[in-house]
Design a protein around this ligand. Structure first.
Ligand SMILES: *Cc1c(COP(=O)(O)O)cnc(C)c1O
Length: 446
């Protein structure tokens, strides 16, 4: 039976004509297969059972949010707590959802750090929302695997549309949008987005100077740059000695100066190295410092360096006109990313990445095995996002961002972001009046 399913699947994926499909309806769910002689086994997609259990889970989560402030924000458990509470092997017989949810309450919730609690102030925000959760549900509920256009046209097309919407909201230059020859893609996280851009830049450069020269490539950031860039360089095979974390100072509000960048580049060139990639940050992780994009891009351009702008956290607020100036200079960068899963009401994971030159990404990341061949791709009518990222399989992430944008609209999102900044300003004022505390870096955002 399994072989039959697989071979039918295979034929659909490689693109049977629709008339053939009609004769032989394939998308026979597992339910039907089970009913045809496997009665008594599970029905993993029984619609009525899904409805019943799904409602229970929604109610469970609604109660969780109602009570979330009753929990200590930080989990109080000791390492290894769960092993003592959960059996050592999987059950042999089924357990009802009611019982499982009881255990979630009893054993899992105590081990949660409550990121969505109003009393949570650690790291960066991870703002969930009803629209975000529901979008996630739809995406998970359809459970499509949208590696290329054909494997689910809506997933690809909605993603491109939402990325253009967002790009316009951020007033990104036209070259980053599909209409301007660039384009956007939703990655899981910033770490993946930066890795993909480093790899694109690397291959572009090595094509020019020869693959044997990889040991000469240098990647630049500041001592405030997120470790994602160093990790990306490491994975991309950049010589570990050639990652530069250029020193910043309090006098420059911990921003990377163009002068420091230039000096570092000059000294590398003198040593016979090849400058490759700069990650500039809008809103660094330790202090939300802002690197001056304009001057940095000017320097980078002189030396042919790929500039990626990492606005993982602070990018969201740049949809407000009064904060857009933080992105000034992005027009001379090569790629830009921000995490909608941080401060944009969208659930993890959702990193939005735009590039001016998608073909650099595609050249570095595309493969085209026989089983993925199809007419739409071959005639270049479509975007195949598998070639813009590390993995083949990909989620329908745009659905959740689409729901967020439609449910809250631009005006409300701006209000939401501004309200956070206002709270931070108030807090800053209180600290300023209290001799025990000192504000050590300028508060740019929240
Ligand atoms: C959060 C953050 C990252 C890492 O984001 P992931 O999505 O977890 O990879 C990188 N850079 C900055 C500036 C961040 O704030």
């Amino acid at each position: 039976m399994k072989n039959m399913v697989q071979s039918k699947m295979f034929r659909v994926l490689i693109g049977l004509s629709s008339s053939k499909l009609k004769e032989e309806p394939l998308l026979m769910g597992s339910q039907e297969i089970f009913e045809n002689g496997f009665s008594g086994t599970i029905k993993p997609l029984d619609p009525e059972e899904f409805r019943r259990q799904g409602h229970l889970v929604i109610d469970f989560l609604a109660d969780y949010y109602k009570n979330v402030e009753k929990y200590p924000v930080r989990s109080q458990v000791e390492p290894g707590y769960l092993k003592k509470r959960v059996p050592g092997s999987a059950p042999y017989d089924p357990e009802p959802i009611e019982e499982i949810l009881c255990d979630v309450k009893k054993d899992i919730i105590p081990g949660l750090t409550h990121w969505q609690s109003p009393n949570y102030f650690a790291y960066f925000p991870s703002s969930g929302s009803i629209a975000g959760f529901l979008g996630e549900m739809l995406s998970t509920g359809f459970n499509i695997v949208g590696f290329n256009w054909m494997s689910s046209p809506a997933a690809t097309e909605l993603e491109s549309i939402v990325m253009d919407w967002l790009g316009k909201m951020l007033k990104l230059p036209e070259e980053f949008l599909f209409s301007g020859g660039g384009g956007g893609v939703m990655q899981g996280t910033t770490c993946e987005a930066i890795l993909c851009t480093v790899v694109a830049a690397r291959d572009q450069m090595l094509k020019k100077i020869g693959r044997d020269e990889i040991n000469k490539l240098v990647v630049y950031g500041s001592d405030q740059t997120h470790s994602a860039t160093q990790k990306a360089a490491q994975i991309a095979g950049i010589n570990p000695e050639n990652f530069r974390a250029i020193a910043t100072t309090k006098a420059n509000a911990f921003g990377l100066t163009a002068q420091a960048l230039r000096e570092t580049i000059e000294s590398d060139i003198e040593s016979g190295l090849v400058p490759l990639f700069l990650c500039a940050t809008i809103g660094t992780t330790s202090s939300t410092a802002v690197d001056p994009l304009g001057p940095l891009c000017d320097v980078a351009k002189e030396y042919g360096i790929w500039v990626h702008v990492d606005a993982a956290y602070a990018g969201s607020v740049c949809i407000c006109p009064e904060y857009r100036h933080f992105l000034n200079g992005v027009e001379n960068a090569d790629s830009f990313s921000f995490n909608a899963h941080k401060w944009f009401l969208t659930t993890l994971d959702c990193c939005c990445l735009w590039v001016k030159n998608p073909s650099a990404l595609v050249k570095a990341l595309s493969t085209y095995p026989e089983y993925l061949r199809n007419k739409a791709s071959e005639t270049k009518q479509v975007v195949d996002y598998k070639d813009w990222q590390i993995t083949l399989s990909r989620r329908f992430r745009s659905l959740k961002l689409w729901l967020v944008l439609r449910s809250y609209d631009v005006a409300n999102l701006r209000k939401f972001l501004r309200s956070h900044v206002k709270m931070a300003k108030n807090f800053e004022g209180l600290i300023g009046m209290d001799k025990r505390f000192e504000v050590v870096v300028p508060r740019n955002f929240t």
